[in-house]
Design a protein around this ligand. Structure first.
Ligand code: GTP
Ligand code: MG
Length: 192
């Protein structure tokens, strides 16, 4: 893939409202504020493409971006944001799981975790669930610029141990949209 051009297609609140399942698609999942929308912008080298915010809970729908006229990148609403109503959190569970299980063109889930934090219970459950469903996924540890080299490696090793315990073997990439660490690696994983 070239990652040359992209445009916003639509925001879908649920599976029924997603565009026709035609192009292969890659989705970005993870806690609110982890950097999903920022990663889309970094992949496309286009700052204002996906809306980002300091306030968690910015992305509320599954936002579809068409890349190079042949692949969808899907920015999912973040999970685990405490200030979101219980109803909305349940909706995440239901609607996003339905999307992940039933979207025939879904090829890869990119699960983002903030490198500074130990994966939350929700993150761990999500790893486990993706593994159990045999959904292809990779883990991206975001905001790598916020830690020293040693701390970054420690954090990566911690995530690897958690995945090893689940018998899950997937790539783990450290990223930063600030210094562009890992962006090429993520592009490569998407292309593959
Ligand atoms: P929701 O839409 O609320 O689920 O959040 P999101 O996962 O889309 O996060 P978003 O991309 O909006 O980023 C949240 C905040 O983290 C913003 O203030 C970003 O500037 C910041 N951020 C994202 N990636 C990085 C990074 O690699 N390094 C640093 N230092 N900040 C980052
Ligand atoms: Mg977002």
């Amino acid at each position: 893939m070239e990652f040359k051009k992209a445009h916003f297609v639509t925001g879908a609140p649920s599976l029924d409202e997603c565009p026709e399942a035609y192009y292969p698609e890659i989705c970005l999942a993870g806690r609110s504020n982890v950097g999903k929308s920022s990663l889309i912008n970094a992949l496309m080298n286009h700052k204002g493409l996906a809306r980002t915010s300091n306030t968690p809970g910015k992305t509320r729908e599954m936002n579809y971006y068409l890349v190079d006229d042949k692949t969808y990148l899907v920015d999912l609403p973040g999970f685990g944001y405490a200030k979101v109503s219980k109803k909305e959190r349940e909706r995440w569970g239901r609607d996003i799981r339905a999307y992940l299980l039933e979207r025939p063109t879904l090829r890869l889930v990119i699960h983002l975790v903030d490198i500074r934090h130990k994966p939350s219970k929700l993150d761990e459950e999500f790893f486990y669930w993706l593994g159990a469903q045999r959904l292809p996924f990779v883990v991206v540890l975001t905001k790598g610029d916020k830690l020293s080299h040693n701390k970054r490696q420690q954090s990566k090793a911690r995530v690897k141990r958690i995945l090893d315990e689940m018998n899950i073997e997937v790539p783990i990439v450290i990223s930063s949209v600030k210094d562009k660490t890992g962006i090429e690696e993520v592009k490569k994983l998407i292309s593959e």
